[in-house]
Design a protein around this ligand. Structure first.
Ligand code: NAD
Ligand code: 6OD
Length: 486
């Protein structure tokens, strides 16, 4: 039986109250281990450790020394690749094939990418003529914000956590991480890596637990936290924003989406099918950038529906370790119930089920797992709840459209604004449409193709702020102007 302890001030610690909760494998609902739930005392200890570390060796390091240390962390994750891979796949049920290409390599790369940006990005400088006939030199100087609370979700646990921890540490901050209660393993393992690499104690801390009345709320409400970066549901983002308003702490919110895919008749059909299959079904549909609303130009609508159906029906489900498996279970029984409730609602709202819609027969061994079928619908009204609410499962609805203006209006008719994918071989149309979509990121003829130097974040209810490349500097540092009278 594994134990997942909090990581505070360089030590793995249990909780004062001895409170634990279960961590289960969604593949077959077997027990992986017990997680030590942090109470107010542990969260306070973690924040105090992080504050103290700002004054210790970490706070005195040069940028180059910090970058060298983070480089070591990235390399060590890669050296311990198999352990991270096993831990991530046990917690989430996702296939090794996916986690070994996406989650773990990106989890390591997040410690390198930002360092390069930081090392090469200048601040501004102005020379000012002064009334006495002399002058003054103004220059920008960035300092770390301080203690950053990192609240992360379960769908890409290591990737999304290090996406924030990497830049936070590169900028000289310290962090207290609250990973999702569903996926405590890789954040805990990273504590061990930090110690192995000689990252000073208190720089990276992990507290385990839930949101309300638990570690999440205790951390975001803690007065010793200087800024909060969050990835998760929009409603949770609202709660965190309220907590951050006390003491006027800065926030970065990366929240939910109900992302459109737009397929024009002039697309390369093979690319559009392959890309939409990935954007709707990879990671069992649990990617915030995934496509849940597909709009297809009428002349190719029927052909597209039939080809996507054929592709979805070919996806191989099974245990994460099997090399040919492309599709795992949902993350938990609770999430399975939520997704299945939308499968039932779609039928009640009048959908035609093109494929899926239920629970697959996985055999006796896996029967207790959180399995659902990849599902495609057509025929829903634009105001159906299934069209308007984020499901976060392996499903999409396909609707025909006739004109560019119509599809732009349909795509934008949502409270969310995270991402979009446009499929067309006409580059003028591509940029015209992309510029009118109300989203933080728009892919053309691709999906989830990431350049870590670019801005990442959501429009509308999909988030506040941008991270990635130089944009992360705005959140992770305080920009000071220094004015020297010459
Ligand atoms: P969630 O909001 O339920 O939980 C996210 C984290 O917040 C967890 O660690 C949770 O314990 C914590 N939390 C919950 N309530 C809290 C509270 N009151 N105070 C402090 N912390 C609290 O989200 P989830 O179910 O883990 O993840 C799925 C959601 O995340 C989806 O909506 C998805 O779209 C979104 N997401 C967005 C992005 C993005 O980059 N925009 C990326 C991944 C996931
Ligand atoms: O690639 C990233 O940096 C990122 N933040 C991806 C988010 C995926 C959402 O599930």
């Amino acid at each position: 039986m594994q134990e997942f302890k909090n990581f505070i001030n360089g030590q793995f610690v249990t909780t004062e109250r001895g409170q634990t909760f279960e961590n289960r494998n969604p593949v077959d609902n077997s027990l992986i281990g017990l997680v030590h739930e942090a109470g107010r005392a542990e969260v306070d200890a973690a924040v105090q450790a992080a504050r103290a570390a700002m004054q210790g060796p970490w706070g005195k390091m040069t940028q180059q020394q910090r970058i060298a240390l983070l480089d070591k962390v990235a390399n060590r994750i890669n050296e311990r690749f198999d352990e991270f891979l096993e831990a991530e796949c046990k917690d989430t049920g996702k296939p090794y094939k996916i986690a070994s290409h996406i989650d773990i390599p990106r989890g390591a790369a997040n410690f390198k990418a930002f360092s390069e940006t930081l090392a090469n990005h200048p601040t501004e400088a102005f020379k000012l003529d002064t009334p006495d006939g002399a002058s003054a030199l103004n220059y920008g100087h960035r300092t770390p914000k301080g203690v950053i609370a990192v609240i992360s979700p379960w769908n890409l646990p290591l990737l999304l956590m290090t996406w924030k921890v990497g830049p936070a540490l590169a900028c000289g901050n310290t962090v207290v991480v609250k990973p999702s209660e569903e996926t405590p393993a890789t954040a805990t393992l990273l504590g061990d890596v930090m110690n192995e690499c000689g990252v000073p104690e208190g720089v990276y801390n992990v507290v385990h637990g839930f949101g309300p009345d638990s570690a999440g709320a205790f951390l975001t409400e803690h007065k010793g936290v200087d800024a909060i970066t969050f990835t998760g549901e929009t409603r949770t983002g609202e709660t965190i924003m309220r907590a951050a308003s006390v003491g006027l702490r800065n926030i970065s919110l990366e929240c939910g989406g109900k992302n459109p895919g737009i397929v024009f008749a002039d697309c390369d059909m093979d690319k559009a099918i392959e890309g939409t299959l990935r954007s709707a079904f990879v990671n069992c549909g649990q990617v915030c950038l995934g496509t849940e609303r597909v709009y297809v130009e009428r002349p190719i609508f029927e052909a597209f529906v039939q080809r996507l159906k054929a592709g979805a029906e070919k996806l191989k489900m099974g245990r994460p370790q099997d090399a040919d498996v492309d599709f795992g279970p949902l993350v938990s029984q609770e999430h399975k119930e939520k997704v299945l409730s939308y499968y039932r609602l779609a039928v009640e709202e009048g959908a035609q089920v093109i494929t899926g819609g239920g629970v697959p027969d996985m055999g006796a061994d896996l029967e207790a797992g959180a399995w659902v079928e990849p599902t495609i619908w057509t025929g829903l009204a634009d105001d159906a709840r299934v069209i308007r609410e984020e499901i976060f499962g392996p499903c999409c609805h396909i609707r025909p459209f006739d004109t560019e203006e119509e599809v732009i209006a349909l795509a934008n008719d949502t409270d969310y604004g995270l991402s979009a994918a446009v499929w067309t071989e006409n580059s003028s149309r591509a940029s015209r449409v992309a510029e009118q979509l109300e989203v933080g990121i728009c892919w053309v003829n691709s999906w989830f193709l990431r350049d870590l130097r670019t801005a990442f974040g959501g429009a509308k209810q999909s988030g506040i702020g941008r991270e990635g490349g130089v944009h992360g500097l705005e959140f992770y540092t305080e920009l000071k102007n220094i004015c020297i009278k010459l």
